[in-house]
Write a protein that binds this ligand. Structure first.
Ligand code: CTP
Length: 401
């Protein structure tokens, strides 16, 4: 998670039961390499202690005692000036009101006023308070001042009521933090489409022909593009993965669905990480094939080759300035990948040796060689799919320059 590594995040925690969840957020940020300084309000201290946060960040957690302590007049200014982002999670209706009105009556609100970095709030409040006209007016004021808002979500509230007011889950807030940090990244202002997962070609209403693709590399690419500041559309087949926060998600099943979805799109770059089927049943049975009818003879036909279809002159329109493909090969890696690079009209291809245990489908790592339409190949060492995604995104950005 290089977007967070070395970043200075100020985490303000206010008086909501969701304060206990913010400890998980502080932990996740710290594990991702960020330096996390926590400021608790008095009300937050009723729910959690500074020690909770110190234990996960390895750094002092500040409280209002520090506002009147030795470092007093420099502390809030320093914290607010050195941070890359001030995140207030959970942010109560009271703190939202204070921020909207420029009040500075505790260390957190003083720091927010002095802060020169962007501010992201994750509101959390009970029954009806979020939709109170006062809260909505404060929200609007904050948004017009470019304060970023993550949530709140609908669901069960601490009072037992159901409604809008739950703080987003830490993993979702983390996604919003990544977007906030990536805003001026190398792909800012660009639109990137990533396809992911193995397609499903129906045999009957129950059965499909699919492959071992997990979608991990595609999802990692979508996240890396978001981290780089791009607007991202993820066209995905059914997978067990959660799409990254901020991606527009289009769900498809077959190669034909994926091609149709792409024919509705244009973008700066297309990264085809999906494992599309090469063959599909000629006929899809309307009803479930029954055992009692014997073993079916399933006749296959060629499925459309999406990349070839998109690069064909008949397509008439260049939808993507840069097109990147993957080559999943179990032998003759570079020769086969090089042939696909040319025949599919790609700018570059990530050749992936799926015969190794530590690369290819469903594992966390990949061993990739990048082959370019123009330029020398680059062999990447064994690395996580996230790191491989970042490398690929760097090359996409370079080609789009
Ligand atoms: N691909 C595609 N349409 C398909 C199948 C694959 O556009 N119907 C794309 C993949 O997303 C990938 C690239 O083509 O970016 C290469 O996919 P791969 O499965 O390695 O190759 P195939 O084209 O299927 O060729 P072969 O069967 O010879 O390996």
């Amino acid at each position: 998670m290089s977007i967070l590594s070395g970043k200075h995040i100020l985490l303000g925690v206010t008086g909501s039961i969701a304060a206990y969840k913010a400890a998980d957020l502080a932990s996740k940020l710290t594990q991702a390499g960020a330096q996390v300084d926590v400021i608790l309000t008095n009300a937050a201290e009723k729910f959690v202690t500074p020690l909770t946060y110190q234990s996960v960040t390895g750094r002092k957690a500040y409280t209002d005692k520090d506002l009147w302590g030795d470092e007093a007049h420099v502390l809030h200014v320093n914290l607010g000036k050195t941070a890359d982002l001030l995140v207030i999670a959970p942010c109560t209706a009271d703190t939202m009101a204070k921020l909207a009105h420029g009040m500075a009556d505790n260390l957190l609100t003083v720091t927010a006023l002095a802060a020169t970095c962007p501010i992201l709030i994750a509101p959390a409040m009970d029954g009806g308070m979020f939709y109170h006209p006062a809260t909505q007016a404060n929200l609007q004021t904050l948004q017009t001042r470019s304060v970023l808002v993550a949530g709140p979500a609908a669901g069960h509230l601490a009072s037992g009521l159901k409604g809008v007011g739950r703080m987003l889950e830490p993993i979702e807030i983390l996604g919003h933090i990544r977007i906030a940090l990536g805003k001026k990244g190398i792909l800012a202002g660009k639109k990137i489409i990533v396809t992911a997962g193995g397609t499903q070609e129906a045999i009957d209403p129950v059965r499909v022909i699919t492959n071992h693709s997990s979608g991990k590399q595609g999802y990692a690419l979508a996240q890396a593009a978001l981290d780089a500041g791009a607007k991202v559309t993820l066209i995905t087949t059914p997978t067990a993965l959660t799409p990254p926060v901020g991606a527009e998600v289009i769900r498809v099943k077959s190669v034909q669905d994926m091609l149709d979805a792409l024919l509705n799109e244009t973008a700066d770059a297309l990264i085809m990480a999906a494992a599309g089927a090469d063959f599909r049943p000629v006929h899809v049975a309307k009803d479930k094939l029954k055992k009692r009818d014997g073993i079916p003879q399933i006749q296959l036909e060629a499925a459309p080759d999406i990349l070839k279809a998109l690069s064909s002159p008949n397509e008439g329109k260049k939808r993507f300035n840069v097109t990147v493909g993957f080559a999943a090969e179990s032998r003759d890696l570079l020769a086969n990948a090089s042939e696909k690079l040319k025949s599919k009209g790609l700018d570059f291809i990530a050749a992936n040796d799926i015969s190794a245990n530590d690369a290819g489908f469903a594992v966390e790592t990949n061993r990739i060689t990048l082959l370019f339409a123009t330029g020398t190949p680059e062999t990447l060492p064994l690395m996580s799919k996230h790191d491989a995604a970042e490398k690929i995104i760097e090359h996409v950005a370079r080609l789009l320059e």
